[in-house]
Design a protein around this ligand. Structure first.
Ligand code: FES
Ligand SMILES: [Fe+2]
Length: 453
């Protein structure tokens, strides 16, 4: 049993994120002033969590079959009859819009001899008819048709509706829970999360890009690479002049955690002092052969220039309210993790990640990156379709991700090597940092609770 230490802190005299906020040129909202550092076991995570079939199967039984999980955006299925196929750890669900403001999720398997009802997303369906022998269900899941009904006197149509998963919505996302006895999505997410996103309504955005890539590593190896800024110094050294990686703040509440990493401020790891221009160029990952996007210097600091650019980009969608946004909300990275695998970014960064096992593979996962962009009320452009990348495809094959594609290449370069290293390791645990790996500790603390139930 691990000991619970007092909440860990950054070193004395370190520039904390809270002190950096004091220099914002606009009022800083209360949500950015909140702090809830945690000190939780475990700091030692068994390696078999990432490599063992038995552990994976336990996750399926105790986690994926019971937990709320993000399935899609509401605007992915805009019209009645639109549906997506949501797959998780070998399970498959049809998530459909069954009325203008009503969603349902069905187990995607025919009740006759088990064929998947649908392999791909679809539009404006009026029924789900199985391609094998033709059993059919209405959009609301009730049985519609039995071919040669005389041969099935033992089937009671009223008892042959498609089994359902629970459905809830939050922030324009549709969540499902396979457990019919689960408590509500609202209860699971909690008031604190909803309160923190009140200023940044995700439901008023549309999905501008959606890229999914198969990775050769366990799903937790993949997601944990996006839950701390501790890796920046070694993995993304080109970003250091413009990122306060080791100044990041880490907090957790209930079923979610949050990291905040400041941009437009130099890394404490740097032994030299970059100019404001160098900070700005590092923030946008400018390569030497590319022209500077903006000339900064003097009173126009990297942070102020980036914030001003962000305000003008958002003005068409948000109107004059952009002038009330703090620099921090336009410049810094607020990366949330909602247990177990959903990662919406806060403020006005566009990113949302989701990480899932790839089928029932212990050693493979799917990483998705979506860009959610504000749009004027009532004018949502069509939702981007998923652009799939294979395990050997380069992220730059998805130019819709912009400069982040190069950063993701650096991130995901390590991951198959982590998986191989975990399998080769003689040490039985991985060891987490007290503070900078807060979010990963919090995740495993919750996972422990789920698996023990
Ligand atoms: S398996 Fe679906 S109709 Fe037979
Ligand atoms: Fe990274």
């Amino acid at each position: 049993m691990s000991r619970v230490e007092p909440a860990p802190k950054l070193p004395e005299n370190w520039l904390t994120y809270q002190r950096l906020l004091d220099s914002d040129t606009h009022p800083v909202p209360d949500v950015l002033r909140r702090e809830n550092p945690i000190s939780l076991p475990p700091s030692e995570i068994p390696v078999e969590r990432y490599t063992s079939r038995a552990f994976f199967d336990l996750e399926v039984e105790r986690l994926w079959k019971r937990v709320w999980q993000m399935a899609c955006r509401e605007e992915d299925i805009p019209d009645v009859g639109d549906y997506i196929v949501y797959e998780i750890a070998g399970m498959s669900f049809l998530v459909a819009r069954v009325a203008p403001a009503r969603f349902k999720a069905f187990v995607n398997a025919c009740l006759h001899r088990g064929r998947l009802l649908r392999e791909k997303d679809g539009l404006r369906a009026t029924e789900f008819r199985c391609p094998f022998h033709g059993f059919a269900w209405n959009l609301d899941g009730t049985l519609k048709h039995i071919p040669c009904q005389w041969d099935f006197p033992h089937v009671k149509p009223s008892e042959w509706s498609l089994p359902e998963a629970k459905v809830g919505t939050w922030g324009g996302f549709v969540f499902i829970n396979p457990d019919p006895n689960a408590s509500s999505l609202e209860e699971f997410l909690g008031d604190e999360l909803t309160d923190q996103f009140k200023r940044w309504p995700l439901e008023l955005r549309y999905k501008q890009a959606h890229v999914a890539k198969i990775l050769r590593c366990n799903w937790k190896v993949a997601q944990e690479a996006f839950m701390e800024a501790f890796h920046v110094v070694a993995t993304h050294p080109q970003l250091l002049p413009g990122i306060g990686d080791a100044n990041s703040q880490y907090d957790a509440w209930g079923n979610f955690s949050r990291a905040i990493t400041a941009n437009g401020t130099p890394s404490p790891h740097l032994a030299w002092k970059p100019s404001e221009q160098e900070m700005f160029d590092a923030m946008v990952d400018r390569r030497l052969d590319e022209p500077a996007l903006v000339k900064v210097g003097g009173p126009l600091t990297a942070r102020i220039a980036a914030a001003a650019g962000g305000r003008e980009m958002l003005r068409p969608a948000l109107g004059p309210s952009v002038d009330e946004l703090s620099d921090a909300e336009l410049v810094d990275s607020f990366y949330y993790t909602v247990f177990p695998n959903f990662h919406p970014w806060g403020a006005y960064n566009r990113i949302v990640y989701r990480f899932r096992p790839h089928g029932a593979n212990v050693d493979e996962s799917i990483m998705e990156c979506m860009y959610l962009v504000p749009c004027p009320p009532g004018a949502k452009p069509p939702s981007a379709r998923i652009h799939w990348l294979g395990p050997d495809d380069d992220w730059t094959e998805a130019p819709e991700l912009g400069f982040l594609a190069r950063v993701f290449n650096q991130d995901t370069f390590n991951l198959p090597k982590v998986q191989l290293g975990l399998r080769a390791m003689s040490k039985k645990t991985i060891t987490l940092a007290n503070y900078q790996e807060t979010k990963i500790r919090h995740f495993h603390h919750l996972l422990d609770q789920w698996l023990a139930r």
